[in-house]
Structure formats: structure tokens, C-alpha cells
Ligand binder design. Structure first.
Ligand code: HEM
Length: 716
């Protein structure tokens, strides 16, 4: 088996090439680069060229006030004598202090916690037959983008690994204006009408008395909402599954949930839903890992994303579309407009139409991530809106909340939000207007400016809304075709493997087990019986309530695409912790590190101290972390080199903890020749995924194969 097999075909070439160019002599363990930006997007990236005009480095420059006056003292305020009162004349202090006082802006009301990067989208093939969207017209066409990944429940300072849904905004800076594709890492929404969104968020987010939880999940009000708004159980099933504890943003699958329209040059519309498919597959943490990592490294997901881009292991995702012709609108056993239902891939196939590569980190969290504003209403000609009621509500919500959050309707002028094509209209005032419109005619129609800025006919690129036929009585109501709320959650349950089911049961038992109200616990067990009787019975027992009456809906369908077990797995970018002391076998370690590196594996050398370790042949090796600074929860696999330590008892204890955590979480473990004495497996231990170097010339390859499997579920 060649090393290449553990990297996605054709991908990671940049990262691996970078590694092959390194000297893998035993001098340095980490395989990260020290760049803080990743690769630049290249001269052709119009957005980066535009942003360059706003990028300022202050290094080496004299300090000035905002007016440009040079500052002679930035440490002491102006006083009447060094022990005297401060003086009003100190405008420099006023400017510095008052700016600091206002440095925070309102958090997003949802998605407050998130992180961004830049990248490039490349179209695989022309989609001209279904849409005239400019960035999907030619194979090979490239569009610069920025993305922001986020959680929903917690405030800005909460932890990344909370059990939650995760969202993903992509802003395509196209030649015909910005297109914002907004996605969630589950294909269904918790509400079927936008009127319910404030309610579900009130129930999901912090309580008004104690401000709890800040993204730790369980509380009575949320589960009270679920039981009393049963359409929510579908998304809740996904949140309680492994999907709710995403491993990192690089392995996040995401769906548009809402149904949009593609419209072609002939004016023919097609229903469309979008999906992002991560090239590395879709992976999750275990509940125990997610909880522990949340404390050890609350910034786990953003750190991971940044580090991968820095190392040149650029995250890649393929864009999929699912199309339903308008004439087939009523041919399915779900309503195509219902955002609480998925379109099964097995029924509506996914066509992969392009690839997104994230290749550049941001420099400034505030201006590039906090100020970015995504809006599903930002579309380009060729993309339109279906009557999906939630989408219709969202078209109103975003501009309003962003106007509030960013303080002015002029937020489109902020560098991160600015389109790469020019924009002209008659909206010219408001807080923080940045451009200077020099022409005097700011109304339409006019004769003084030749009726400009002018409108553009559709055939020349002017946006027109698809002329869908609308009829009906004015009514507040929900379509009866949305009413089958249990069949799809049952299909999702049917599609999970026994391990995934076990995890889901544990998640329900943990979350509901912390609910104080027995009545709310009971109501949720009663709700779950509609999905699966066995699930409901086990959870009911675990949370101390009566066995619910009734049974699940009579649906036996299952779809392989819904289980994460059918996802690709690679060794590439898995993080291997090398536990190492003095006196190791230099040849073995160099060979293993080379093999890992050639397969794109991330390596973290972990020692007793940060001082280099010395091999039996006298060569030395730098380590990246110590047993104190790094945690066993942060690695995906272990290579136990062992050796001699200054404090052998403590080192033995630390290494034992690493091995115990890795073993308990089903992770691959490689045991070096000098590592054997650190391991004590009992008679009942199943050694699946444990690879030994002793008398094993193929140790490196076998270990990489184990790393590529990620977890060994058959361990006891
Ligand atoms: C009734 C339904 C929904 C409402 C009212 C709603 C509301 C909001 C609000 C208020 C924001 C914050 C915007 C900001 O401050 O910049 C937001 C952001 C966002 N929403 Fe929604 N949302 C809904 C459903 C959805 C759905 C179905 C998706 C995707 C499938 C989605 C994806 C996003 C994304 C990606 C963001 C951007 C987060 C960021 O800036 O990083 N939302 N939404």
C-alpha cells in the first residue's frame, strides 16, 4: 500500500509537496509552517486586490492621533503636576479612551460565535442549461469567496465544541454582485414558519435569570419547547446524533435547507437545494471529547481551521446541487417547500458542480469576521426564491438585524462586504457613508443626468424575480402538506448504524437527564416514541420517567447517505501525538515521521519538557508540546515512542493517561520499540487499532493505515 492512498485523490498536493521539500532529518518534529496566512489567493483574485487597498500595517510607523498628529507620550495622562488632577485639555486621552469604550458592537443575535477564512470557488462544468448565474457558466471559472462558520446557541465567548448546529455563510464575490449562500450542517430546520424563529431561539439560548447556558446544551425551557412544538423533533434528532458534535470545520457537510430557484436564459425555473461535501469526509467528536475539549481549548475549531490553512493543507469542499423540475413539484412524499424535510440523495441525486478551496486566513477578526454580513436575499441573476415560508421570512430578517448590529445601512461599503463590481443607486446618506458621490441628481426618473443611474433590462443583466403564479386567500396558516413530522425523523433513525444510534441515545439521555422538570422529561419521552419505540423506552428508563404509550410511525425506509459511517476517511490531516523521551531509536522515529508526513498527517511532538530529546545515536529532535501543555483529548492518534525521562514516574503516569484516553475513544495507537514498557493491556483488551513496531518492518505503513481508519469501534 502506498502512502498516497491515505490522502484524497488529487488533493493535498500542495501540502504534501511542501512536506517532501522539507528535510525530514531528525531535527524538528512539527510539520507546520510558520506562515500566519496560508497561501495567498493569487494575482487573479479581485477581492483580495480590492481588500489590499484597505490593509494597513502599522509596523515601523510613528504613532499619531486619528487626525495624524504625532504623539510624544502614550503612557501618561496630562496632569497638573505628576500627583495632580488630570486636565480636560488631554484630547489624546479622550480620543484613545472613548474609542476603546465603543470598541464592541452588538453580537449577532444568533451565530455570535464564529470564524472566517478566504478561498476560491471553481466551477466544474457549465450549468447554463438550468441557471444563468454568472459564476456557474463555464468549467474552470473561478470566483473569490469569504466564508464564516458559526455555532448558534452560545454568545461570542462560548466554546466551539458545544452540541449545537453549525452554520456556514459563503459570500461569492461575482462579477454581477455578491451571492451569499447560507447553509447549516443539517438538512432540516427546527421550525416550519419564520414566525416561530424568535420563540425557538428564546427557548434555546440563555435563560433570563442566570444567563445559562452559554453553549452547554441541556435546559428545561428548550426541551419544553421541543415537546410542545413537535415539528422540531426532526432537527433535534440530528442535533442529538453525532452531527451535533462536529469534529472541525474542515469536515463539515452543510445544506441550504431552504429551496431556491435556478432560472436559465430562457426564463425556465427549477427548484434547487445546495449541499457542501467536505473532501475529507464528515466526522464528529465523541460526546466525552467534545465536553472535555470545550474546557481544554474553547477555540478548538477556529484554531484547527487556521492551523490547517497555515500548513497549506487547504480545506476543500465540493458544491452539490439537487434539482427538481417545477412540473414535478407534487411528485414526492414530502413538500419541496417544507424546510423541516430533507430531499434524500437517493431520491433526488446530488450533482457535484464545483469545488471550494479555503486558502487564506484572515488578519483581523473584527473587520473580516465580525463585520461580514451574509443575507440569503443577496442573489445574482439566475438564482431566485421559492415560496418556502422560512426562506421568505429570512429575506426580511437579515438586512434588519445587520443594520442594527453594524449600526448603519451603509454596511455594504465595509471592505469585507463590498462587491467587486461597482454599485450605483440613489441611497447616498446615513451613518458612516464612506464614498463621496459627486453627481447631484439622486432621484429616479430624471432628465438632468440622462435618467441615470439607469435600470437595466433583463436581457442585459437586470435582475427580475421569477414570475411565479401566486393565488390563494389571505390566511395565517401552515400547509397540511407539512404535517407528516415523524416519518423523516424515523428514516434518519433507521439509517444510523448501531454505534450512531448508541451515541444518539446517550445524547438524549444526557441532555434530558439534566432537565429538572419531570413533566418535561416525560413529554419528550412521549414524543420520541413516535420516532422509535426502542429509543423512547431506553431514554425513558435512563431519565427516570414512565415508559411511553404507543409506538413509532410505520416507516422502514433508510438511506445510506444519512449515515456518517459511509463517509470517506483519510490519514491526511489527522493529528498524531508522538510521546517521546531520550534514548529513542532515531531510525524508527525518522521513518515513521516520514511516512506520516508523506500521507499528509499532522504531527505533534510531546515531551517531558520543551527541551530537545536525544536519540540513542546522539541525534536530537525538537518537541512541540509537553505533557503539561497538551492534552490527550487533542490528538487523533498516538505514537508511543517512550524512552528515558527525568521524572520517570510522572512520565509513566502521563503517558498512561494519554494511552487510556486514546484507547477509550477508539483511536489508533502505535507502540515504538522503546514504548512497549509503557503499555499495560489487560487480558480482556481488544487490541484493534494498536500497532507494534517490535519485529515489524512494515510498522510505519500499518500505523498510517490505522490512522486512516480514525476509530476502532470494536474495542471493548
Ligand atoms: C426563520 C428562519 C431564520 C431566521 C429568522 C434566521 C435569522 C438569522 C439572523 C438574525 C442571523 C444573524 C445575521 C447577522 O447578524 O449578520 C442569521 C445568520 C445566519 N443564518 Fe439564519 N435564520 C434563519 C434560518 C436559517 C437557515 C435555514 C439557514 C441555512 C440553512 C441559516 C443560515 C444562516 C447563516 C449561514 C448565517 C450567517 C452567520 C454568520 O454571519 O456567520 N439561517 N440568521
Amino acid at each position: 500500500m502506498t502512502g498516497r492512498m491515505h490522502t484524497p485523490a488529487g488533493f493535498w498536493h500542495m501540502y504534501i509537496k511542501a512536506q517532501q521539500n522539507r528535510e525530514w532529518m531528525v531535527t524538528e518534529m512539527s510539520n507546520g509552517s510558520s506562515s500566519n496566512r496560508g497561501n495567498q489567493s493569487g494575482g487573479g483574485d479581485k477581492k483580495q486586490q480590492q481588500l489590499d487597498q484597505y490593509r494597513i500595517s502599522n509596523i515601523g510607523k510613528p504613532m499619531t492621533t486619528n487626525q495624524g498628529r504625532k504623539i510624544s507620550n502614550d503612557s501618561e495622562t496630562l496632569k497638573a503636576g505628576v500627583r495632580g488632577p488630570s486636565l480636560h485639555e488631554d484630547y489624546h486621552f479622550l480620543e484613545k479612551m472613548t474609542h476603546f469604550n465603543r470598541e464592541e458592537i452588538p453580537e449577532r443575535v444568533v451565530h455570535a460565535r464564529g470564524y472566517s477564512a478566504y478561498g476560491e470557488f471553481e466551477c466544474y462544468e457549465s450549468l447554463r442549461d438550468v441557471t444563468k448565474a454568472c459564476f456557474l457558466q463555464e468549467a474552470g471559472m473561478k470566483t473569490p469567496v469569504t466564508v464564516r462558520f458559526s455555532t448558534v446557541q452560545g454568545p461570542k465567548g462560548s466554546m466551539d465544541t458545544a452540541r449545537d448546529l453549525r452554520c456556514w455563510g459563503t459570500k461569492f464575490y461575482t462579477e454581477e454582485g455578491n451571492y451569499d449562500l447560507t447553509m447549516i450542517d443539517m438538512p432540516v430546520l427546527i421550525n416550519q414558519d419564520p414566525m416561530k424563529f424568535p420563540d425557538v431561539m428564546h427557548a434555546y439560548q440563555q435563560k433570563q435569570d442566570d444567563g445559562i447556558p452559554t453553549a452547554t446544551g441541556a435546559h428545561d425551557r428548550f426541551w419544553d419547547y421541543v415537546a410542545n412544538n413537535p415539528e422540531s423533533i426532526h432537527m433535534v434528532m440530528w442535533i442529538m446524533s453525532d452531527r451535533g458534535i462536529l469534529k472541525n470545520y474542515r469536515v463539515m457537510e452543510a445544506w441550504s435547507i431552504n429551496t431556491y430557484l435556478f432560472v436559465n436564459e430562457e426564463g425556465v425555473a427549477t427548484f434547487v437545494r445546495f449541499v457542501w461535501k467536505p473532501v475529507l469526509g464528515v466526522h464528529s467528536l465523541l460526546q466525552d471529547e467534545a465536553q472535555k475539549i470545550g474546557g481544554i481549548d474553547p477555540d478548538y475549531h477556529r484554531r484547527d481551521l487556521r492551523e490547517a490553512i497555515d500548513k497549506g493543507a487547504f480545506p476543500e469542499y465540493e458544491l452539490g446541487i439537487q434539482l427538481i423540475p417545477m412540473e414535478d413539484e407534487f411528485k414526492f412524499d414530502f413538500d419541496v417547500l417544507d424546510p423541516a424535510k430533507f430531499w434524500p440523495e437517493e431520491v433526488v441525486p446530488v450533482q457535484l458542480v464545483g469545488k471550494l478551496t479555503l486558502n487564506r486566513n484572515i488578519d483581523n477578526y473584527f473587520t473580516e469576521s465580525e463585520q461580514v454580513a451574509f443575507n440569503p436575499a443577496n442573489v445574482v441573476p439566475g438564482i431566485g426564491f421559492s415560496n418556502d415560508p422560512v426562506l421568505q421570512g429570512r429575506l426580511l430578517a437579515y438586512r434588519d438585524t445587520q443594520h442594527h448590529r453594524l449600526g448603519s445601512g451603509n454596511y455594504d461599503e465595509l471592505p469585507i462586504n463590498r462587491s467587486i463590481c461597482p454599485f450605483h443607486n440613489n441611497q447616498r446618506r446615513g451613518y458612516m457613508r464612506m464614498r463621496i458621490d459627486v453627481d447631484q441628481v439622486n432621484y429616479h426618473n430624471n432628465s438632468l443626468a440622462g435618467n441615470t443611474p439607469h435600470t437595466t433590462p433583463p436581457e442585459e443583466g437586470g435582475y427580475v424575480h421569477y414570475p411565479k403564479k401566486v393565488e390563494g386567500h389571505v390566511i395565517r396558516g401552515r400547509s397540511p402538506s407539512f404535517n407528516d413530522i415523524y416519518s423523516q425523523p424515523r428514516i434518519f433513525w433507521n439509517s444510523l448504524t448501531p454505534i450512531e444510534k448508541q451515541h444518539t441515545i446517550e445524547a438524549f439521555s444526557y441532555q434530558l437527564g439534566r432537565v429538572k422538570s419531570e413533566s418535561v422529561r416525560q413529554q419528550n419521552a412521549d414524543l420520541l416514541v413516535n420516532i422509535d419505540q426502542g429509543l423512547a423506552y431506553t431514554v425513558a428508563k435512563n431519565i427516570g420517567v414512565e415508559q411511553p404509550e404507543g409506538t413509532h410511525v410505520d416507516v422502514s425506509t433508510s438511506y445510506p447517505s444519512l449515515s456518517q459511517f459511509n463517509t470517506p476517511r483519510y490519514a491526511a490531516t489527522q493529528k498524531v501525538g508522538i510521546l517521546i523521551g531520550n534514548g529513542f531509536d532515531a531510525q524508527e522515529v525518522a521513518n515513521v515521521m516520514n511516512t506520516l508526513s508523506q500521507n499528509g498527517v499532522f504531527i505533534v511532538g510531546i515531551g517531558e519538557t520543551l527541551s530537545p530529546v536525544t536519540a540513542s545515536d546522539g541525534s536530537t529532535l525538537k518537541v512541540d508540546q509537553t505533557f503539561l501543555t497538551y492534552s490527550p483529548y487533542l490528538v487523533d492518534a498516538l505514537y508511543v515512542v517512550g524512552g528515558n525521562f527525568n521524572n520517570p514516574e510522572k512520565a509513566r503516569f502521563d503517558i498512561a493517561e494519554y494511552i487510556q484516553v486514546a484507547y477509550k475513544h477508539y483511536k489508533p495507537i502505535g507502540i515504538g520499540k522503546t514504548g512497549g514498557s509503557f503499555i499495560q493491556f489487560g487480558e480482556n483488551n481488544n487490541l484493534a487499532g494498536v500497532v507494534f513496531a517490535a519485529n515489524n518492518p512494515a510498522f510505519g505503513e500499518e500505523f498510517v493505515e490505522a490512522v486512516a481508519q480514525h476509530r476502532f469501534w470494536d474495542r471493548k
